[in-house]
Design a protein around this ligand. Structure first.
Ligand code: BES
Ligand code: ZN
Ligand code: MN
Length: 483
């Protein structure tokens, strides 16, 4: 989409559609006779994302912005998205007069571009054979009083990040018969080539030789070839700091022999979202020429109950050297992630973040409202949480008390892959999963685990975005790492 800035007399802007925010509890703007008349007759208008088109001299779209005091950067992005999605098949040129006061110009520009690009992209277009309404929209302008440099810089940055958000959404929405580990690998190769990233691919045979027993144990149940993919971006040769990003890339999670119930099993095509976030973040950081070094590890395989699938009761030796007793083959994410985290450390990562659609328990605790964070270093965990809140991605920390470590002790091996001995089966499931990962982290390496099981996809109809994968995570990582 072409996104630009306009300044000058707002009342004289020439455009196919002018978009205005209407706050529920504030004095209504005085823009044209029919707008004023409508708002007088509908004094309650202004609920978040409600819309009304007015045929004044200038066609005007009123978009509700909710209560003024609740206005934040997340609502701002989605408010812009609501206007864009409405206009997409109806208008060519749109000018938006937003409320951005309270945000920095670059922050406003970034969210503005994100709102537009995310609303424009609908992955289901690739699968519907009946034509959807054609996209008419070509230009969207941001009207501001004064053209500060920050706005344009923010818009350009937002477009780069949006490309990454939309890449995750595309890969997540793709069905597992197409989005296989090999397909994911091809996308990673393309991203590496386009952005001059170093890529290393470990196939199943090599993983076995290296001793990645957690990864291999999961991969052996599927006929599809599996890969641990490593991307490296070196934008800072002087410092020894190296970010390590590790993602869970289960292209389909049937549960394995501990098979899942049929209801909603199809949603497990999204179980590769963590790996997609890592790939997309590497892409964005390289495109933004961030002054940092980052290594991204993506563990990509399927969890299927094939004839060679691992069994409950199996014991595997993780890449770290620790042994894990498999009590439930559906707790597969932690097995592949543990090996990915060990690999990232072996390759010199000094700060670790992993992302995974790891547990249903996290969805039970937090719903789709925020992601869960668990880590070994409270300061680092807070840094991640704050980076998220500055870009409208909500993250809530869960505790990592010692007692939770007791719950993954095994009678026969070092650790178990599910928690036991709690007050009920599955107790503290999000945390015991994190405890499993913590077991392979070197003591002094700051590490945060983000459980995005509830936030990585959203099937509710929204006025600002088509349903499916959300692309959550990349905004947080890019904001945290590139500053
Ligand atoms: N991919 C799932 C987690 C999940 C469940 C994500 C629902 C999104 C929605 C994960 O691999 C899994 O199956 N976890 C099990 C762990 C259990 C067996 C300890 C779970 O949460 O039920
Ligand atoms: Zn899974
Ligand atoms: Mn599972």
């Amino acid at each position: 989409m072409k996104i630009q800035l306009v300044t000058g007399n707002a009342a004289k802007v020439k455009t196919d559609l002018l978009v205005l925010p209407i706050f529920e509890d504030e004095k209504k703007p005085d823009y044209g006779r029919l707008v004023v008349k409508f708002l007088k007759e509908n004094p309650k208008f202004g609920k978040l994302y409600e819309i009304q088109l007015i045929y004044d001299d200038q066609k005007t779209l009123l978009v509700g912005a909710g209560k003024g005091e609740k206005w934040d950067i997340e609502k701002f992005q989605n408010w812009v998205g609501t206007a864009t999605k409405y206009a997409l098949s109806k208008f060519t040129d749109v000018t938006i007069i937003p409320r951005w006061q309270g945000f920095m110009p670059h922050q406003a520009g970034e969210s503005f571009a994100l709102g537009i690009e995310v609303a424009t992209h609908d992955p289901s277009r690739d699968y519907k054979s009946q034509d959807k309404e054609a996209i008419k929209l070509k230009n969207v302008s941001l009207w501001v009083e004064k053209a500060e440099k920050g706005f344009l810089e923010g818009i350009r940055k937002g477009q780069v990040i949006a490309q990454s958000v939309n890449l995750i959404r595309k890969l997540g929405d793709m069905p597992a018969n197409e989005m296989t580990p090999s397909y994911f690998l091809n996308v990673a190769k393309k991203v590496a080539k386009e952005n001059r990233l170093k890529i290393t691919v470990i196939d199943e045979g090599q993983a076995k030789k290296l001793g990645m027993g957690g990864f291999v144990g999961v991969a052996q149940g599927s006929e599809e070839p599996s890969y641990v993919i490593v991307l490296e971006y070196n934008g800072d040769r002087r410092s020894k700091d190296k970010w390590g990003l590790v993602g869970k890339g289960i292209t389909f999670d049937s549960g394995g022999l501990s098979i899942k119930p049929g209801l909603n099993m199809h949603e497990m095509k999204y179980d590769m979202s963590g790996a997609a976030v890592v790939l997309a973040s590497m892409q964005a950081l390289a495109k933004l020429k961030a002054n940092v070094s980052v290594i991204g590890v993506m563990c990509v395989t399927e969890n299927l109950p094939g004839g060679r699938a691992q069994r409950p009761g199996d014991i595997v030796r993780l890449y770290s050297g620790k042994t894990a007793e498999i009590l439930n083959t559906d707790a597969e994410g932690r097995l592949i992630l543990a090996d990915g985290l060990t690999l990232a450390q072996a390759k010199g990562a000094t700060k670790l973040i992993d992302l995974a659609t790891l547990t249903g328990a996290c969805v039970i605790s937090l719903g789709g409202v925020c992601s869960g964070a668990m880590g070994n270093n409270p300061v680092f965990t807070q840094d991640v949480i704050i980076a998220g809140s500055n870009v409208g991605e909500r993250i809530w920390e869960l505790p990592m008390y010692e007692e939770y470590s007791e719950m993954i002790k095994s009678d026969i091996a070092d650790i178990t892959n599910i928690g036991t001995g709690g007050p009920m089966p599955g107790a503290a499931g999000a945390i015991t999963a994190a405890k499993f990962l913590e077991a392979v982290i070197e003591k002094d390496t700051p590490w945060v685990h983000l459980d995005i099981a509830g936030t990585a996809w959203d099937l509710k109809p929204r006025p600002f975005c088509s349903p499916g994968a959300t692309g959550v995570g990349v905004k947080t990582l890019v904001n945290l790492i590139s500053k």
